[in-house]
Design a protein around this ligand. Structure first.
Ligand code: CP3
Length: 324
């Protein structure tokens, strides 16, 4: 997540000349940025350079991505009529640049590592649309959910349909795996997740039922709702550092894969501590297959590139030495 963004000087240099959206809409530039982390850090997969907000423009939402803030929506959604006016995404005409960027990135990667496509999950997208920007408490979002359930259902309905269509288009364009980012869903209780979110995330995944690619379901703060997330769908479940990975895996069941779960702040510490924390995760996983080593959330801007490189190397070496 945001592995290219924020902390790589090579990315920042490109950003001095181009806005984030400009990069996303220029397939060649986008391919270059998507492959930066593979070339520089040695990670095992590339994630398409895009943003979860990108497809919303095609649905009729105007937004901006503000430096250091994230998505900002000038006229946030809350009334039924406005939600009703949202259109269904048509990938070929609304986001042709994403499909072109996928082809260009695949070419540049030249089969070195797989390419992950992605979208925002309906809840996380809805929260930006309703709040208008990042928030801590999600008051407006929950208020709409509780007070205007019809409007909520309509919004979630529209988002899940469009995101399902969007992911299918990405798979057709050549991505090797997809990740659905429900970054902020951890603010809900398991009961509310079940009632207000699960059916819609389930619908996103249902669009990929007939596709033989891994589907990663990402969330943070989800330790209490892993069983529900599993019901919603996915082949791989991404967890953050708030729950030990072995405990999370037991809750999810060993017939699904797991991704996680180093706290990104650990990368600001000394090498010894970074290695110890990473080793703890790998020891908890043991010899079980189906683990993707990852951070619990995005890399922080102040992270040193050298620390990330060393972590990647450590995980590779540790995995090799325990599996031989
Ligand atoms: O890893 C990558 O760089 C791949 C591309 C990528 C971006 N956004 C580009 C980006 C990915 C996978 C995302 C996903 C995304 N965007 C999520 C889900 C994952 C997560 O981290 O929770 C969310 C919630 C967003 C919305 C968003 N966009 C936020 C919260 C921010 C951060 C604002 C900040 O800088 O603190 C953005 C901006 C953004 N999107 C950046 C990048 C590289 C930041 C750097 C920049 O503005 O150039």
């Amino acid at each position: 997540m945001r592995q290219a963004g924020r902390f790589l000087p090579e990315y920042r240099k490109i950003r001095e000349k181009h806005s984030l959206i400009e990069i996303c809409k220029d397939p060649e530039l986008c391919a270059e940025v998507s492959t930066l982390p593979v070339d520089i850090l040695g990670v095992d997969a590339a994630i398409l350079f895009a943003d979860i907000m990108l497809p919303l423009e095609g649905m009729g939402v105007k937004f901006d991505i503000a430096d250091g803030v994230g998505p900002v929506i000038p006229s946030s959604l809350s009334d039924y009529e406005r939600v009703d006016s949202l259109m269904t995404l048509e990938p070929a005409s609304d986001v042709p640049f994403v499909m072109e960027a996928i082809s260009a990135t695949k070419k540049l990667l030249d089969s070195r590592v797989p390419l992950i496509g992605f979208c925002g999950a309906p809840f996380t997208l809805a929260s930006y649309l309703i709040e208008g920007h990042a928030t801590r408490e999600f008051v407006k979002t929950k208020k709409l959910m509780y007070k205007n359930p019809e409007t909520w259902r309509l919004l979630m309905d529209k988002l899940s349909t469009s995101m399902g269509i969007y992911l299918r288009a990405q798979v057709n364009a050549g991505v090797d795996a997809v990740q659905v980012f429900d970054s902020w869903v951890g603010c809900l209780s398991p009961e509310d997740y079940h009632r207000y979110v699960l059916p819609y995330s389930q619908r996103v995944f249902s669009y990929l039922k007939d596709r033989a690619i891994p589907r990663i379901h990402f969330g943070t703060g989800t330790a209490t709702m892993l069983e529900e997330m599993r019901q919603a769908g996915g082949d791989v479940f991404s967890i953050d550092w708030r729950i030990p990975i072995d405990v999370a895996w037991q809750k999810l069941g060993y017939d699904v894969a797991i991704q996680g779960n180093l706290d990104p702040v650990v990368l600001l510490a000394e090498s010894d501590l970074i290695r110890a924390k990473a080793a703890d995760i790998l020891t908890r996983v043991g010899n079980r297959s189906g683990h993707i080593f990852n951070l619990g959330h995005g890399v922080l801007p102040e992270t040193s590139q050298e620390n990330v490189r060393q972590l990647v190397e450590f995980v590779h070496e540790h995995t090799k030495s325990t599996r031989e």
